[in-house]
Write a protein of this length. Structure first.
Length: 52
């Protein structure tokens, strides 16, 4: 019984870690994506105003 419980807890812990890692990756991707979009938009406006 105790061994089963330990295994179960370890499994849960691993899933939690995986979930946190997945979430972090997702956040990083979204941040990267938004930064790229903002950068492109900035470039577009600068070109429109003939600053570049």
């Amino acid at each position: 019984m105790n061994v089963l419980f330990k295994e179960y807890r370890n499994k849960l812990r691993m899933q939690k870690k995986k979930r946190i890692i997945n979430f972090l990756e997702y956040v990083l991707h979204t941040i990267n994506y938004s930064e790229i979009v903002i950068y492109r938009v900035d470039l577009y406006y600068l070109k429109k105003k003939k600053l570049i």
